[in-house]
Design a protein around this ligand. Structure first.
Ligand code: 15L
Length: 271
């Protein structure tokens, strides 16, 4: 199976470059610019995702796409619109035109950032994005559904929590995703015979998890990580953060408090 990894030069992409080749030896990498440490045995195609011609070149001849490429935090509308919304449309549309069978889309927990912490939610709740970035990921999920139901692509959207080796603070104890667990989720997306269109949370088996990830478990997901085993690291990280009532109340954390100008007390009472 030939697989394209977009966003290969970013933080998550860099880690996946190390981990994916043992499962997918025919891996093509793409990003705006090549990783500085690109090896001779790695294939790289530069692409600005907002340009369909470049995207079609990157997608040419692959069977599956892992689409990470995006502006991965909050940003100005024009940036989000081009990099994330137009970029993700171009990926799905190029996949359809070229007969690519599977797309794994890196969505984000920020699609549902305005749910209060502690509220257990599944993937069937109304989107409550906490940023323009979160809106772009909700839009990517909608594009995934369109291309699955209308054009027959097989699509897995992963609402990724926080990917890394350790949970960085108390919020991340609930949403942490161990790198090996992401690889497992990607394999389900690229290979599971029954998959048509699903949304999973990209989270490990965290003791303090907020999300009902039963859809992923139905497909055989067996996460190996639990952030609770690194509680102290998270508490140490938390100790460096200033208290922030809005951030501390909502699942999306600082993405919620950025630019926040609503009546927090009224909102908190309603929820
Ligand atoms: C995300 O979606 C971001 O891409 C990442 O940088 C983290 O901020 C993560 O969410 C998070 O919520 O911790």
């Amino acid at each position: 199976m030939k697989v394209l990894l977009t966003g290969a030069s970013g933080g998550v992409g860099t880690r996946l470059r190390e981990m994916l080749p043992q499962h997918y030896p025919h891996l093509r990498l793409s990003d705006l610019a090549a990783p500085k440490d690109l090896r001779a045995d790695e294939e790289f195609v530069a692409a600005d995702l907002s340009d369909m011609v470049q995207v079609e070149r990157a997608v040419d001849g692959v069977d599956g796409i892992i689409h990470l490429g995006a502006h991965s935090i909050e940003g100005p509308w024009e940036t989000i619109l081009q990099a994330n919304i137009a970029g993700t449309y171009n990926i799905f549309e190029a996949a359809r035109r070229q007969g690519v069978k599977r797309v794994v889309f890196a969505s984000s927990n920020h699609v549902v950032g305005f749910y209060p912490r502690g509220q257990r939610i599944g993937t069937d709740v109304t989107a409550l994005p906490d940023t323009r970035y979160g809106v772009s990921k909700a839009c990517g999920e909608a594009l995934g559904a369109l291309y699955a139901y209308k054009y027959g692509l097989r699509v897995l959207c992963l609402r990724i929590g926080n990917f890394g080796d350790v949970p960085l603070d108390v919020r991340r104890l609930s949403i942490w995703l161990k790198p090996e667990d992401l690889v497992q989720l990607i394999q389900i997306g690229l290979e599971h015979p029954d998959l048509r269109h699903e949304i999973f949370y990209g989270a490990s088996a965290n003791t303090r998890g907020w999300w009902d990830n039963s859809a992923a478990y139905r497909y055989g997901y067996k996460p190996s990580g639990d952030s609770e085993t690194m509680l102290q690291a998270a508490l140490d990280g938390q100790a460096k953060l200033a208290p922030d009532p809005v951030s501390d109340f909502f699942q999306g954390g600082p993405f919620c408090s950025q630019e926040f100008s609503a009546d927090f007390e009224a909102l908190r009472k309603e929820l």
